[in-house]
Design a protein around this ligand. Structure first.
Ligand SMILES: C[C@H](OP(=O)(O)OP(=O)(O)OC[C@H]1O[C@@H](n2cnc3c(=O)[nH]c(N)nc32)[C@H](O)[C@@H]1O)C(=O)O
Ligand SMILES: O=c1nc2n(C[C@H](O)[C@H](O)[C@H](O)CO)c3cc(O)ccc3cc-2c(=O)[nH]1
Ligand SMILES: [Mg+2]
Length: 308
């Protein structure tokens, strides 16, 4: 068994490679739910849905959310009626959100509903939300000289991340419990891969849950750096790492994960500083543009782990 910790873009790209390199029945994906939110009466679990779509080959690879070639009739009709959902939810994508909403409103746990959905989508890998409790990632920003605690989507989608960030908090994570399936997946794994997701807003929430780090300390943990050189490959990870006091470099990524990391996978562009990383280092091409890039990276990681 291999367990993978994932957000909604970087790690899903690696999952496209992993699912072609190992038997998906041996894969468990623990997914961030810190960006889950209600849009009107609709429950959104963006990172979970991206992982479900990625593993069922439905994912829109331009945006890394929603279903490829989806239509937006309902989204546009609602907007015409004055109900702007902000997040562009496609018609097929809406069905997955409605499915979650229906069962959550009838007392089902998120993990139970996601288990129904991964089976319906013929996904062999386990897809496990990090928790069934409410944990919300919020961005403490400074807007016009005033501190403002923003929901993640307000920060990232509405304001395009273009605000000064003072801090990032995982609201309620000290009280939330990780899903028991997540703890068991880690316990039953030969090794754990922390994919190249945003350390602060995608992996941080998972690690903040009671018991997760403790379990990981007993496992071989391989981290794929989402940072190459001095910037993130995409998105706000660099800005958020800086706010949290981490160098925006592979050294900063090591520092962030130092309590649990055994191997850091870094891009060839960073090979000259690999000697400064105080753990095992796998140097390879980590920029995933084509499916061959994703398969090669996945193969390199699995072969390296096999040799651990
Ligand atoms: C908004 C976005 O969050 P989310 O959509 O949840 O994405 P993740 O946190 O899962 O991933 C973002 C993270 O991924 C890194 N990335 C993307 N493509 C690559 C790649 O080909 N190689 C590689 N090593 N890292 C990659 C990217 O730097 C981002 O930090 C978000 O937070 O960006
Ligand atoms: O930046 C956007 N992200 C959208 N996302 C992604 C998501 O809100 C965030 O970008 C991720 O949470 C980043 O971690 C969606 C996710 C869904 O599951 C469904 C619809 C959307 C729509 C958008 C969107 O319009 N813009
Ligand atoms: Mg995300």
């Amino acid at each position: 068994m291999i367990t993978v910790l994932s957000g909604g873009t970087g790690t899903p790209k690696l999952l496209q490679g992993l699912k072609r390199v190992v038997d998906s029945k041996n894969l468990s994906i623990i997914v961030n739910t810190g960006e889950d939110t209600w849009i009107g009466d609709l429950y959104l679990s963006p990172d979970v849905d991206t992982v479900l779509y990625t593993l069922s080959d439905l994912i829109n690879e331009e945006t890394w959310y929603g279903v490829k070639e989806d239509t937006f009739y309902t989204y546009n009709q609602l907007k015409m009626l004055g109900f702007d959902e902000i997040l562009k939810i496609g018609d097929k994508d809406r069905a997955l959100k409605m499915h979650k909403t229906y069962y959550l409103r009838r007392g089902y746990k998120l993990s139970e509903v996601v288990e129904m959905e991964r089976k319906a989508l013929n996904i062999d890998a386990k897809v496990i939300p990090m928790t069934d409790d409410k944990v919300e990632t919020k961005i403490l920003s400074k807007i016009e000289g005033k501190a403002d605690l923003l929901k993640f989507h307000d920060f990232w989608v509405k304001r395009k991340g273009e605000v000064e960030v003072l801090d990032v908090i995982y609201e309620n994570s000290i009280y939330a419990k990780p899903c028991s399936e997540a703890i068991n997946a880690i316990k039953n794994s030969e090794f754990v891969i922390i994919g190249p997701s945003n350390p602060i807003t995608s992996i941080g929430p998972i690690l903040s849950l009671d018991g997760i780090k403790e379990e990981l300390k007993h496992k071989k943990v391989i981290v794929v750096s989402p940072i190459v050189g001095n910037s993130a490959v995409s998105g706000p990870a660099g800005k958020l790492m800086k706010v949290k006091g981490y160098d925006v470099s592979v050294k900063g990524v090591y520092e962030y994960y130092k309590d649990i990391i055994d191997v850091l996978v870094i891009d060839s562009k960073d090979k000259d500083i690999s000697g400064e990383i105080p753990c095992e280092v796998l140097i390879t091409n980590t920029i995933m543009k084509t499916i061959d890039d994703k398969i090669r990276l996945a193969k390199n990681i699995i072969e390296f782990c096999g040799s651990l």
